[in-house]
Design a protein around this ligand. Structure first.
Ligand code: NGQ
Ligand code: ZN
Length: 454
């Protein structure tokens, strides 16, 4: 956190819209002043185009190290479920040092992509044999250390994982490192709060992994642990999951959750891919955020979120990088829109009245990310001093102004157009490179070579 810093933008996206000659002053990590139509002062840094930093609402950081390792076809059809077996095998080998190095790499890449906060849906808690570490939040502390090294804001979501599948199916060996009783989970949440306490503005929420992994009584028992923090859950990502839920309860996952828990603004339902029209409308009305992870959902063959109906119902959503197979904010927003175009044979599907599609996507993801991560966002007084500057010299931005900047960033340029990223009033990225990149890559590479040799 920088005690005091300031920047002047030729133009910037403020909550009320685009403004010219914007001066922002940051104090102790927060925005103390935003002035439009202001002259630059000598002490100001300068930026061409200013955007607020965005929240990445769903990450499993360790999976960054598996990217590119699941591309061979197995004997039957490959699927989410066969990928999950490979993921379990991979997870079984990771030490706390490995996890810290991998997470630091993922977080450096997130910051470079324009994400200034991450929701880490963190379930790799225990040693390889399933025994807790001396500090039950040892791995959470490593996640916090990685976030601190990368300078990204952290909303830590320790995961509650109680069983292998619907109806009390016993957990398999591959899930041993994730498991807790409800009592042990309460201690884990407490230890997680301690683990993030060195960070300036961390938040802790709770995360029942899924209805597959958490039975009803245990879900009810842990929900009060959220306190003021958000509640995240994976839901209805796969067709088989919906069928298994129907077989178990007679209801579909989203339907079951809406009927059995008080789902409101504090909740983030991750994926929510497979919903009926009724579930979609009810979820939109609930105020919960749909946590969409388009790149991972494509990678895992999940399906397409019913974005048109959800948007028509006024539903909130944000984006997450989930498996971190690729870490790119522009990719997530572009793929979300393109999936809908391919499905509905139309264009500008998620554009709001009076705003371009890029602007609409960005605004929605900014608001949804902030709500899901329990931290305000946007270039306004009191919000974290987190922003992204775009490079007006990138060819895709030549001559662009207003909403066309966002359309060009998301659909034409991608992250190459990001010049700088500031977080808590500190410049972390210059010319597209994080200041900790080299050191972080060296550590990450050493871990990957070690794992490849095992
Ligand atoms: C996860 N990932 O927790 O990493 C899951 C796979 C599961 C996604 N759902 C495991 N994308 O859902 O059981
Ligand atoms: Zn996930």
């Amino acid at each position: 956190v920088e005690p005091k810093s300031s920047i002047h933008f030729a133009s910037a996206l403020l909550p009320a819209g685009w403004a010219d000659d914007v001066r922002i002053v940051a104090e102790s990590g927060r925005i103390a002043l935003v002035e439009a139509g202001a002259a630059a002062r000598p002490e100001d840094a300068r930026g061409a185009i200013g955007l607020p930093g965005l929240g990445n609402l769903h990450s499993h950081a360790f999976q960054r190290a598996m990217a590119g390792l699941t591309g061979h076809r197995g004997t039957g059809d490959d699927s989410f479920w066969t990928w999950r077996e490979l993921m379990y095998r991979f997870v079984g080998r990771l030490t706390p040092d490995d996890v810290e190095a991998i997470a630091a790499m993922a977080y450096v890449e997130m910051v470079e992509a324009g994400y200034t906060r991450v929701g880490e849906f963190h379930y790799l808690h225990h040693g390889p044999d399933g025994h807790p570490y001396d500090n039950p939040a040892e791995m959470g502390a490593r996640i916090a250390a990685a976030a601190e090294a990368a300078g990204i804001g952290l909303t830590l979501l320790p995961v509650f994982y109680a069983q292998g599948g619907f109806g009390g199916v016993a957990a398999g060996a591959g899930q041993a490192r994730f498991l807790s009783s409800a009592d042990a989970y309460a201690r884990l949440v407490e230890a997680s709060r301690r683990a993030v306490s060195p960070l300036a503005d961390a938040r802790v929420g709770i995360a029942p992994h899924s209805l597959r992994a958490v039975p009803p009584e245990a879900l009810a028992a842990v929900l009060p642990l959220a306190g003021e923090g958000p509640v995240h859950i994976h839901i209805a990502e796969q067709v088989r999951e919906v069928l298994d839920c129907l077989a178990w309860s007679g209801q579909r996952p989203v339907e079951w959750l809406l009927d059995h828990a008080q789902v409101d603004e504090r909740w983030c339902l991750v994926h929510a891919t497979h919903m009926t029209a009724d579930e979609t409308a009810r979820l939109a009305r609930s105020g919960a955020v749909a946590g969409l992870c388009p790149v991972t959902e494509a990678d895992l063959g999940d399906g397409l979120f019913p974005a048109v109906a959800y948007r028509a119902g006024g539903g909130a959503w944000g984006v997450g990088t989930d498996s971190n197979v690729a870490i790119d904010l522009a990719d997530e927003l572009r793929l979300l829109e393109y999936g809908q175009r391919l499905q509905h044979h139309t264009r500008n599907v998620l554009a709001d009245e009076g705003r371009s599609v890029g602007r609409s996507l960005f605004d929605a993801a900014l608001a949804g990310g902030a709500r899901a991560l329990g931290m305000p966002a946007g270039l306004e007084q009191g919000a974290p001093a987190d922003w992204v500057t775009l490079d007006q010299d990138h060819p895709a931005l030549a001559g662009r102004a207003g909403d066309a900047i966002l359309d060009s960033f998301i659909f034409a340029a991608g992250r190459e157009a990001i010049a700088e990223v500031w977080r808590s009033g500190r410049r972390l990225v210059t010319d597209g490179r994080h200041r900790e990149r080299d050191r972080t890559v060296a550590r990450f590479r050493a871990v990957l070579h070690k794992l490849a040799a095992e």
